[in-house]
Design a protein around this ligand. Structure first.
Ligand SMILES: *[C@@H]1O[C@H](CO)[C@@H](O)[C@H](O)[C@H]1NC(C)=O
Ligand SMILES: *[C@@H]1O[C@H](CO)[C@@H](O)[C@H](O)[C@H]1NC(C)=O
Length: 542
């Protein structure tokens, strides 16, 4: 993420329909090569002449253009074309699009009778390798009430981690963040002696879990490096410090039915809840923390009063977009540490770094009372999604998907019967998403808005652009974010190779958690209908 905006010329040519390219292949005496790609606005005569030859849809990628076109003939497609510096790639077919969208999807039934019935997730890389990561875990804890043991309850965690400058920091968060937070919560719950700790104590525990892990990544690693004085060790130990990652972690206490959402950076959590009208309402449970967020800017200016450049162009010191993050140690190390690292090992430094730290891993935590009886669901996603869809649209898309699931009456799976019980039925015109329009986050409050639509030339008012065809609800959201019914756009965006794809879409990670009072068998089971084959060996995690 965090690339700069690109030129308007580029913006307006994505998936252009005006110019078509015809490629004359199939001549044995002059073998096909992409260099002979010819521009052909009136391709009808060519098309007629080559009618017997197979036609393939391709994506033409140039320095400042992106177009779809057709290639006639079955000659090989050279990946790189010299003549115009263009790259010509065969577009993914509809089946290939489905495969690619569903490649990482996972879905679980949570039969714990503890207020959560199912969760789905999916990732779509744009960077290679993907810099996003995710983690989910259910921890069974003993529970006491007025001194009496009332049997075990569950703590449930879901997290998405949006890495930058590499994947090392986000991978570290996947492995360790939940554990760090659970340890602090455990201490806090034990200290409360059977009662639910007060809000401030729980929030403090979560914050401490975050900042302790970041301290380990950023400062403990350096101490180790100075002690051992080895360049090889330094490279390895400092990797998670030099890269960075946002973190969005949700914590659900099944006993209190309270949901905590902790955000460091600009991933976002949104709650969907059924209103009395039968439609859904969307409520953001986190606020994007970037240099464009006025509150974050004010916080930063108060901390660094004599540095006008502390926020520049919506970025910390003109560089880093999120104002809170894990890693990004070059914004956190003291001058002394940076100089010492530079002398003995390596490190970037800048004269602007006058009063570090500039960036913190401390999250902002919100609390929400979950209403399983209202069909509450939670969507967690990295910022790549919020550049494409609004909160209302995401919640409405999940609502639409739920209706479709209910309509599939032929299915007799346990989840479907459960479904009907929890959500009842609803009524909305097929075109409009079943969501009440709420006040949307805007660019003025620093929130990510669907800027990509403009880039792709899609009208945000086109309500007919959505489609429902995935069993996994996270995949359903991602499909609609990238084009929905518009198969050509969807295919073009998925055909784009990394790193070029970064101009048009970011890494995407989406998790959807359905609350509700479901079955209690104690087990978490894999939902094979909505899980990629390659993921089937996955064990459901407890
Ligand atoms: C194939 O290319 C050769 C040489 O460029 C040309 O003479 C010939 O007419 C072409 N054949 C067809 C079928 O286009
Ligand atoms: C909580 O702490 C106690 C005491 O240190 C320990 O026995 C227990 O395993 C911990 N539970 C969790 C879930 O970490």
């Amino acid at each position: 993420m965090y690339i700069r905006r690109f030129s308007v010329a580029l913006v307006s040519t994505l998936v252009g329909y005006g110019a078509w390219y015809s490629y004359k292949g199939g001549n044995e005496t002059s073998p096909a090569s992409a260099a002979s790609l010819t521009r052909s606005f009136s391709s009808s005569s060519t098309a007629a002449a080559d009618a017997a030859l197979p036609t393939r849809t391709v994506l033409v990628i140039g320095a400042d253009e992106l177009r779809t076109g057709t290639i006639v003939g079955d000659g090989p497609l050279t990946k790189y074309s010299n003549e115009y510096g263009r790259q010509v790639i065969e577009m993914l077919s509809s089946d290939q699009v489905d495969d690619k969208l569903r490649e990482t999807e996972q879905s679980y039934f949570v039969n714990r009778g503890q207020g959560v019935v199912r969760y789905d997730l999916v990732q779509l890389p744009s960077n290679n390798p993907i810099e996003d990561d995710h983690a989910e875990k259910i921890v069974e804890v003993p529970s006491r009430s007025s001194g009496k043991d009332v049997g075990p309850t569950d703590w449930m965690f879901w997290g998405v981690f949006d890495g930058h400058s590499g994947w090392v920091t986000s991978a570290k968060l996947r492995n360790e963040l939940i554990q760090f937070v659970a340890r602090e919560l455990n201490d806090t719950y034990i200290a409360a002696n059977g009662k639910i700790p007060d809000d401030a104590a729980i929030d403090a525990a979560i914050k401490t879990g975050f900042t302790r892990l970041d301290d380990e990544i950023v400062h403990k690693s350096v101490e180790k490096v100075f002690k051992q004085n080895s360049k090889t060790l330094a490279a390895e130990a400092l990797a998670p410090a030099l890269a960075g990652s946002c973190a969005l972690l949700s914590f659900y206490d099944a006993r209190s039915q309270q949901l905590r959402v902790a955000v460091t950076g600009d991933s976002r959590a949104v709650l969907g809840r059924r209103s009395d009208s039968g439609k859904w309402t969307a409520t953001a449970l986190s606020v994007d923390q970037t240099g464009s967020n006025p509150e974050e800017e004010a916080r930063m200016r108060a901390l660094h009063p004599d540095e006008p450049h502390v926020i520049q162009h919506g970025r910390v010191l003109g560089g880093l977009e999120p104002t809170r993050a894990f890693g990004d140690a070059s914004y956190k190390w003291t001058r002394e540490v940076t100089d010492r690292l530079k002398k003995h090992f390596f490190a970037r430094s800048s004269n602007r770094l006058l009063t570090p730290p500039y960036v913190t891993a401390e999250p902002v935590v919100t609390t929400t009372q979950i209403r399983p009886d209202k069909g509450d669901f939670l969507v967690l996603a990295t910022d790549g999604l919020w550049e494409m869809l609004t909160n209302d649209e995401v919640v409405g898309l999940v609502g639409r998907w739920i209706e479709t699931q209910q309509a599939q009456t032929a299915s007799t799976s346990q989840f479907d019967s459960l479904w009907a019980r929890i959500f009842g039925s609803s009524s909305s015109s097929p075109k409009d998403l079943p969501v009440e329009r709420g006040p949307a986050p805007t660019a003025d409050d620093g929130s990510k808005t669907p800027i990509r639509l403009r880039q792709w030339g899609i009208s945000p008012d086109d309500k007919g652009r959505f489609i429902t065809k995935d069993n996994n609800v996270a995949t359903h959201i991602v499909r609609n974010a990238l084009g929905g019914k518009n198969e050509e756009q969807l295919s073009a965006l998925l055909t784009l190779p990394s790193p070029f794809s970064r101009r048009y879409r970011d890494d995407l990670t989406v998790q959807v958690i359905f609350f509700g009072d479901g079955e209690k068998t104690g087990e978490v089971t894999l939902n094979l209908d909505a899980t990629a084959k390659s993921n089937e060996p996955l064990k459901a995690k407890l």
